[in-house]
Ligand binder design. Structure first.
Ligand code: HEM
Ligand code: HEM
Length: 224
């Protein structure tokens, strides 16, 4: 098939929660980076918000709409291999949601964020003046070592995000597929409507309540 597939219909792809979590993560991770050296108190609060967002996204990956569900986009090696054969072709991508390769990047970013915030909770600063709320559960030496892992994990996160943005640019330039627009508006042009299922409101509310409560409890060092 030559050239990009002509767009057929504009369908609702990314729901509000997916988009809100995405852009809030982008903003808060940038903020956390800025606040990491001399504004550790802001770093801490931004980090707790990120914990809530990541926990909510994991919940939404099981309880959310079809495009947000891990089961709908996390694929095995065979599907990834088959997709890899098409990735260099100069034709528009038409997967309604994350493609099998992009799904790996989504999972890698979310897992790295889990490592990032978990190590942050236990990390101790050099002078032991600033420390995560769970750092009293470990020795000073271990807390310092965990602070090292916290930095290392941030390098990994930076690498993954750079790759993520490059991949989106590659789709825009080479495959003439605009992935960015749908992450902003929620809508994407596809050859036909895949009829993605939504999720009921109560799951959104329950997820926000659970993720918020868990983030708050962690921020208190798991003490009431
Ligand atoms: C995605 C979220 C986060 C990112 C991107 C992030 C990133 C960073 C970075 C880049 C540093 C600087 C390390 C250095 O140069 O010394 C740092 C330090 C630190 N972070 Fe985070 N962090 C995050 C979440 C958290 C959370 C949730 C906590 C918990 C309170 C936390 C606690 C700390 C502490 C205590 C330090 C100082 C450790 C040291 O001085 O070595 N961070 N973080
Ligand atoms: C800290 C920076 C970033 C993080 C942690 C991040 C993380 C993620 C995650 C986890 C997803 C999956 C969405 C979901 O299913 O919930 C995603 C998708 C996406 N992100 Fe980012 N992102 C970052 C920066 C950016 C930037 C700067 C852009 C703009 C170029 C961008 C554009 C997109 C787009 C277009 C998608 C949808 C990709 C697709 O259609 O498969 N992201 N991002």
């Amino acid at each position: 098939m030559a050239g990009p597939t002509p767009p057929g219909v504009r369908v609702k792809l990314w729901d509000g929660p997916v988009r809100l979590v995405h852009w809030a993560l982008v903003g808060l991770i940038a903020f956390s980076w800025w606040a990491a050296e001399d504004h550790l108190n802001w770093h801490r609060w931004s980090g707790y918000t990120i914990i809530g967002l990541v926990l909510f996204r994991i919940w939404w990956g099981f309880a959310g709409g079809e495009a947000a569900r891990f089961a709908s986009f996390v694929k095995g090696p065979r599907a990834i291999g088959a997709y890899l054969k098409t990735v260099g072709r100069r034709e528009a991508a038409t997967t309604p949601g994350h493609n099998p390769l992009g799904a790996l990047s989504v999972v890698a970013i979310l897992l790295t964020l889990v490592v990032q915030v978990t190590t942050g909770l236990f990390a101790v600063d050099v002078d032991a003046f600033e420390a995560g709320p769970l750092s009293d559960r470990v020795s000073f030496e271990l807390g310092r070592r965990i602070a090292g892992w916290h930095e290392l994990s941030f390098r990994v996160l930076q690498g993954l995000v750079a790759l993520h943005v490059l991949a989106i640019a590659y789709y825009a330039v080479w495959k003439r597929t605009n992935l960015l627009g749908p992450m902003i508006t929620g809508r994407r042009a596809l050859p036909s409507d895949p009829g993605l299922a939504g999720a009921p409101w109560w799951r959104l509310l329950l997820g926000v309540a659970l993720a918020g409560a868990a983030a708050w409890f962690l921020s208190k060092g798991l003490r009431l």
